[in-house]
Design a protein around this ligand. Structure first.
Ligand code: ASP
Ligand code: MG
Length: 417
């Protein structure tokens, strides 16, 4: 069997769903299809969560945006009498009944149970559309199979328990095709969790590993793994073959082509990961696999925007010892902050983190209890893998560099955005 994953961009319109059907229809093997929320639905639902949790008057409007977006796609795909309209009405009425209750005190809990509707909507639409056009499939609510702890917004999967349910529920005894959600999971008490933004790739990898898939294909709007973002660089090319290690390094450095957690479950079982274009599905794209022979790599550029450079100096002028570092990291973890780069000196500690407008000030004021905090919120982290001296000179030129780190294969610069 194989696993296919379709991200939000691939199903952002009725044509996108039709295109998915074309691609899925060509596969002759048993298949699990993992689908993300359509287009920018997750962002729209984040706005709904914000209005709901903070009791803002734009709640109804924000909800309406989500509805309109989905109905416009469904209207273009189906006849009015189709069952999908009943399904959608049920899903929206369930969402509405949540939004009519008073929110609990946990933002993360509310976030997960609301934002997950994006994936439920997209998979319902895709599954019913495939059935409607003759591609018979079974819809699976993945929350009954993938079991996580209750670390809302960053659920940790209980692998053994999930594997058991996934194998039971996706055994292909009565279908060749399952349609299910990426990004979401369920706790043992049946609460909804999510696995971190852009987490659908990770879902696909988990399912592939649990079902011993032959391969996972991520269908994207780019022709494969590229050596730089075509929006930022000219002369960009596809990297046809990458090792798992290279792929982990790239995703850790901020290459958005695959989610950082995706590679590990695949590597453990040596399942190849294919990155292909849903726009040009006839092309082979990139393959990530275990290669014993050396694979030649072009220089790879990764620009990570929206970063903050923080420098912390203990107020008591004590050295940055291990205990200090571990307390800093637990504070960052409590804010679910992702650290992209660290640098220590005798009395100060610098780190580059993702900027989160919603929690930044609160986090800084907590840090200020113990540290002098300097920060620059307008920086970018540039990583070059397989760099050369010429590349570095050309890239940086006259630019101010706040931090530079270099190893044999990788150079990283924190520069003004
Ligand atoms: N829909 C989720 C997001 O936009 C998960 C995903 O797309 O992978 O973050
Ligand atoms: Mg997405």
């Amino acid at each position: 069997m194989k696993v296919y994953k379709f991200g939000g961009a691939s199903v952002k319109s009725a044509q996108g769903v039709q295109n998915l059907k074309e691609i899925v229809g060509k596969e002759t093997d048993n298949l699990v299809v993992v689908v993300s929320a359509m287009g920018k639905t997750t962002n729209m639902l984040e706005a709904v969560v914000g209005s709901y949790f903070n009791r803002k008057p734009d709640l109804a409007q924000n909800l309406q945006t989500v509805k309109d977006f989905h109905y416009q796609i469904v209207d273009a795909l189906f006849e009015k009498k189709e069952n999908i309209y009943v399904s959608l009405a049920e899903i929206f009425s369930e969402l509405k009944s949540i939004l009519e209750q008073k929110p609990s005190l946990s933002y993360d809990f509310e976030y997960d149970r609301i934002v997950s509707f994006g994936e439920i909507l997209s998979t319902k639409i895709v599954s019913e559309y495939l059935n409607f056009t003759g591609l018979k499939n079974n819809f699976i609510d993945i929350r009954t199979c993938l079991k996580s702890d209750d670390n809302y917004r960053e659920g940790n999967i209980n692998f053994a328990l999930s594997e058991q349910f996934v194998r039971e529920n996706m055994n292909f005894s009565d279908t060749k095709l399952y349609i299910t959600q990426g990004f979401i999971a369920g706790t043992i008490t049946n609460q909804t969790t999510t696995l971190g933004r852009e987490g659908s790739d990770y879902t696909a990898a988990l399912l592939a590993s649990m079902l011993d898939a032959e391969s996972v294909t991520i269908w994207k709007d780019v022709p494969g793994v590229m050596n730089a973002d075509p929006k930022l660089y000219t002369d960009v090319k596809i990297i046809p073959r990458l090792s798992y290690k290279e792929a982990i390094e790239l995703s850790y450095c901020g290459a958005s082509v695959i989610h950082p957690k995706t590679v590990k479950p695949l590597k453990n079982k040596k399942i190849p990961l294919l990155v292909r274009s849903f726009v040009e599905p006839e092309k082979t794209g990139s393959i990530i696999n275990e290669f014993t022979e050396k694979v030649d790599m072009p220089p790879i550029y990764i620009n990570k925007a929206n970063q903050v450079l923080l420098t912390l100096t203990p107020r008591d002028f004590s050295f940055i010892a291990e205990e200090k570092l571990s307390s800093i990291f637990s504070l960052l973890a409590s804010y679910k902050v992702k650290v992209s780069l660290i640098q220590t000196s005798a009395i100060s500690f610098s780190l580059c983190i993702d900027y989160n407008l919603a929690t930044f000030n609160k986090m800084i004021s907590e840090l200020q209890d113990d540290y002098e905090v300097l920060y620059n919120t307008d920086v970018e982290l540039i990583t070059v893998r397989h760099y050369t001296k010429e590349i570095m000179d050309k890239l940086i030129g006259e630019k101010t560099v706040f931090v530079e780190q270099r190893s044999r294969l990788t150079v990283r610069f924190v520069v003004p955005a």
